[in-house]
Design a binder for this molecule. Structure first.
Ligand code: KIV
Ligand code: ZN
Length: 501
């Protein structure tokens, strides 16, 4: 059996069915291109008969994507298959995914039919799809609750009719991992022509077991996994791509199965899908959650600083996250504080560190979330980087029906430089003007504005993270004028960039 698992991504079909997650065609193309860069093998682009929008998306994704197979879903209905084939006409490699419910519930209560008639419809649908494309996938909907003997009979018949892939969905997320694995094993052992098709898993997460079921299916012989980014999908979602791919990568020595996924693109793709589909990623989501690599207990932080593998089974950089986040809380140790201070450019020495650590513990007792600017304040401004670039003058013109314009003067090592820029807001205009002067390729990765007290006369605190040459630099600014605070925060970070690069 091959040791290569095909990744079939259904974010744009099963994932997109979720209320509130609908994308327009342009957005779907953006996701499809990201999936291609991620290295998935098959992109299920839609259910073309379901709406003109879905049809158009399959057409446009087929044009936009170069190498993954593009798949279109149908019911076991000729009209569905005609429309799917039409939508795939620009696909370099097209697949029709047709199928029908095979469980007792589906046969009797949904389809009002009987097992023999369903088997016949399944075979007819595959034969009909075969007239259009070579690559035909058959799904036995609710296979998770389908009797194994009947399932094997129908799978053998559809392979004989030409199915190249046989999908065994746990549509209702009902199976236990060992049970789902045994189902796949049963098919491997009891379907005579099974070697002529690839077995696919398609698990839902109603009991939180979609990934476990998928892995169990793979262990028992499945060589395609149907997944979505961030596990989005109907109800509790589908199997998440990142969990399956990283399980196989992390346990490669045991499982010996590979995918073609470029794991370093996982995090960016996760964030793109989350943003476009308005579906936040839960902070403790495996692999891509904000806290997936964040350590907050002192013992763990110390362990990670000594050797990352003490508490991390995956390297965060393997999924495109730059480094494990050490969250500073009242439980953090001196080593974690010192590590953060070093990242921020402070080199305090033992005595000063002890002093700052004591103040840090007092502050951490009062405040849950210790931020870099709090630490910078504790460490004392005097020890901070000497500011080579200073804000000398800033004037902003802004208003409801005006284009915001900023005039800025910077003092760089004693020399004055002026610039003027427009922007979509006063902060944007001011930052653009600064960028004109400093001419460094930096991007703002995070921009947080907080009021220190209440009221319109507040001092605004701005915390910024900028990226330069794949490294992150932090900046902090505080001022009653929020634009000035933002520019100060930006310059604070820029002052930490290596000079001359
Ligand atoms: O969950 C399911 O059974 C499906 C099929 C249409 C493949 O999504
Ligand atoms: Zn599904």
């Amino acid at each position: 059996m091959s040791d290569r698992l095909f990744i079939f991504d259904t974010t744009l079909r099963d994932g997109e069915q979720v209320p509130g997650c609908q994308l327009n065609t342009v957005e779907k193309i953006e996701v499809a291109k990201a999936l291609q860069d991620l290295g998935v093998d098959i992109i299920e682009a839609g259910f073309p008969i379901s709406s003109p929008g879905d049809f158009e998306s399959v057409v446009e994704i087929s044009k936009a994507v170069t190498w993954p197979t593009i798949c279109a879903l149908t019911r076991a209905v000729q009209k569905d298959i005609d429309v799917a084939a039409e939508s795939l006409k620009f696909a370099k490699k097209g697949r029709i995914h047709t199928g029908i419910g095979t469980s007792f519930y589906h046969i009797h209560y949904k389809l009002n039919s009987n097992p023999d008639a369903i088997l016949e419809r399944a075979v007819e649908a595959v034969k009909y799809a075969k007239k259009y494309v070579e690559d035909v996938e058959f799904y036995a909907e609710d296979a998770g609750r389908t009797d194994n003997e009947y399932l094997a009979k129908i799978i053998e018949a559809v392979i004989k009719a030409g199915a190249t892939v046989v999908n065994i969905p746990d549509t209702t997320g009902y199976c236990l991992p060992y049970e789902f694995g045994e189902k796949i094993k049963y098919l491997v052992e009891n379907v005579n022509n099974i070697h002529k098709a690839v077995i696919s898993t398609h698990c839902h997460n109603d009991l939180g077991m979609a990934t476990a079921n998928t892995i169990s299916g793979i262990i028992n012989g499945a060589r395609q996994a149907e997944v979505t980014i961030n596990g989005i999908g109907e109800r509790a979602g589908n199997t998440s791509l990142e969990e399956v791919v990283m399980t196989l990568k992390s346990r490669q020595a045991l499982l010996g199965i590979e995918t073609g996924v470029n794991t370093k693109n996982i995090y960016n793709t996760s964030r793109l899908v989350s943003r476009l589909m308005n579906m936040p990623v839960q902070p403790n989501k495996a692999v891509v959650g904000r806290n997936a690599f964040a350590h907050s207990s002192g013992i763990h932080q110390d362990g990670v600083l000594k050797n990352r593998e003490n508490y991390e089974i995956m390297d965060p950089t393997d999924v495109g996250i730059n480094e494990s986040a050490i969250l500073l809380t009242a439980r953090s140790g001196r080593a974690a504080l010192n590590h953060r201070l070093e990242l921020m450019g402070f080199d305090l020495g033992k005595e000063k560190l002890d002093e700052v650590y004591e103040q840090f513990l007092k502050l951490a007792d009062k405040k849950k979330d210790i931020r870099d600017d709090d630490i910078a304040m504790l460490a004392g401004d005097a020890t901070r980087h000497e500011k080579r670039i200073k804000l000398d003058f800033l004037q902003v013109v802004t208003g409801k029906s005006l284009t915001p314009v900023a005039i800025i003067r910077l003092d760089i090592a004693g020399e004055k430089f002026d610039a003027t820029s427009a922007g979509n807001g006063p902060v944007d205009a001011a930052i653009k003007a600064v960028k004109q002067i400093i001419r460094r390729q930096v991007t703002i990765e995070e921009f947080l504005v907080q009021a220190i007290t209440r009221g319109s006369d507040d001092i605004g605190k701005v915390h910024m993270q900028i990226e330069f040459n794949n490294a992150i630099f932090h900046g902090f600014g505080a001022h009653t004028d929020i634009v000035t605070a933002s520019v100060e925060a930006f310059l604070d970070a820029v002052n930490k960039l290596p000079v001359g690069q």
